[in-house]
Ligand binder design. Sequence first.
Ligand code: FE2
Length: 257
Amino acid sequence: MTKIIWMTDPHFQNEGLVDDLNPRTRLKAAIAHMNAHHADADFMVLTGDLVGDDIEGDYRLLATYLAESKIPVYPLVGNNDDRAGFRAHLTLPENTMDEFIQYKVDTPDATILCLDTHMVGSHAGQFCAARQEWLAAHLGDMPTYVFMHHPPMDLHLSPQDEIKLADGDAFLDLIANGVDHLFIGHVHRPTCGTIRGIPFATLRALSFQAPPPQPPWDWSGFVPAKEAPHYGVLYIENGNVTLQHTDFCEYETGIER
Ligand SMILES: [Fe+2]
């Protein structure tokens, strides 16, 4: 059996708040909870939006927080990330692509593919020909699970659907017969379902939560939902997957005014 801890969107800053949230408190609480209860997991995957605007300072301090994890951490890039910052401060597998933060992790039960959907200068995502080619070459006979930041399809989460993977259809064509589950960050809300027959899931963020699409809201009036964060605990065995949503702190944890 392979056990994976899945966390997403810490929006870590080396100082200050994100709205009224201290993202350092949240990440610390998540890692402490994981260390206390799931240190037997094989590794943790962090599906993007790791930092704020201070690329150098945020990644440098983030690395010290992640170093507290008792299990290896595999980080992905989101729209709020920087590839140079990743390479300078975070530990990446040797098989990581030269140009992109895209790599695979082999387990006895599955091939884990961690994708790079970052588009420089955009909140939407991109999966270009080079990244597609790499992915095509890594689809094989093993059960294959993809972790990625941007959803390749609409989730009926307006206005978040505007910033999905821009070339999602090409991505979905590519994975049609070779991927067994998608694990997606970015939307700061839990959803699950299937896309072209492939199961997918999203999570709450470690940081702030996006409000539900009703009543309608727009980015200029964004107010986080007062919901507690969670992370995912995944069990993979014999081609089967279980995802458990795991609360690790109260909503109030890290709220400062
Ligand atoms: Fe995010």
